[in-house]
Write a protein that binds this ligand. Structure first.
Ligand code: NAD
Length: 260
């Protein structure tokens, strides 16, 4: 379905971003990976799906790096058709104890990076399909883009912000073939969440299993993690013809978290 298209997924060396990159590659899209840590493993996984894969190591907290990455993607593949703004970090502390540099980093990586990548991707998307425009911008928000939790001020602010950015991006391009939507996952067992499980186990003197059940039980009626594969399937739907007129939604996939 996406043969000939190029998808750039930020923060795609791990977790949800890698799951979404694999789902888009399985539909034939060429992939630009980004993120830290192991690069060769994810690159090889994508390459086995028979598409072209490139990598750029932009630090998403740095606008100049993001500009360089967007130029690199255009040079490699002509243009970016699908942009998935996924890179994100977490920091957990009460507001009065929240380190200022952590606040700045969470806002830069989880929110401002999406603004920069979007502003740089839009001109080519709007010019695509002989000027009618074609593009998909998918912002990975969170259940925390819709509701709050204590000790996550920067994250909740950034995720509510990205839901707002999604709506404005969708509205500004509503008469074109460029859509923008947000995905709002509940708990997904990635390194980002494993750290929170480990911290909970250590603080409570309980097992990892017990801490996992506690974490799920507090928020998710389904008592189940959402998987990167399920989130990848939702991203594929947004990119499909059936998604042509889905604009500005914040779609939660969260085991009932925000239905409560
Ligand atoms: P993860 O830690 O597994 O992956 C994060 C990715 O972002 C990695 O590839 C990492 O290298 C990259 N990254 C981090 N800082 C970066 C930077 N400065 N520049 C470039 N890349 C950087 O986390 P994840 O759980 O897969 O999270 C992905 C997204 O999903 C985040 O935006 C997160 O807020 C969101 N999310 C996660 C959950 C969850 O339960 N795991 C729930 C809701 C939303």
């Amino acid at each position: 379905m996406l043969k000939g298209k190029t998808a750039l997924v930020t923060g795609s060396t791990s977790g949800i971003g890698l799951g979404i990159a694999k789902a888009l590659a399985a539909q034939g899209a060429n992939i630009v990976l980004n993120g830290f840590g192991d690069v060769e493993g994810p690159k090889a996984e994508i390459a086995t799906l028979g598409v072209q894969v490139a990598y750029h190591g932009a630090d998403m907290s740095k606008p100049a790096d993001i500009e360089d990455m967007m130029k690199f993607a255009a040079a490699q593949f002509g243009q970016v058709d699908i942009l998935v703004n996924n890179a994100g970090i977490q920091h957990v502390a009460r507001i009065e104890n929240f380190p200022v540099e952590k606040w700045d980093a969470v806002i830069a990586i989880n929110l401002s990076s999406a603004f920069h990548a979007t502003r740089l991707a839009l001109p080519a998307m709007l010019a695509a399909d002989k000027g009618k425009g074609w593009g998909r911008i998918i912002n990975i928000a969170s259940a925390h883009g819709l509701v709050g939790s204590p000790e996550k001020s920067a994250y909740v602010a950034a995720k509510h912000g990205i839901v707002g950015l999604t709506k404005v991006t969708a509205l500004e391009n509503a008469t074109t073939g460029v859509t923008c939507n947000a995905i709002c996952p509940g708990w997904v067992l990635t390194p980002l969440v494993q750290k929170q499980v480990d911290a909970r186990a250590a603080a409570g003197g309980i097992s990892i299993d017990a801490a996992t059940q506690q974490l799920l039980g507090e928020k998710e009626p389904s008592l189940q993690f959402t998987t990167p594969e399920e989130l990848g399937a939702l991203a594929v739907f947004f990119c499909s013809p059936a998604g042509n007129n889905v604009r500005g939604v914040a779609w939660n996939m969260d085991g009932g978290w925000v239905a409560q």
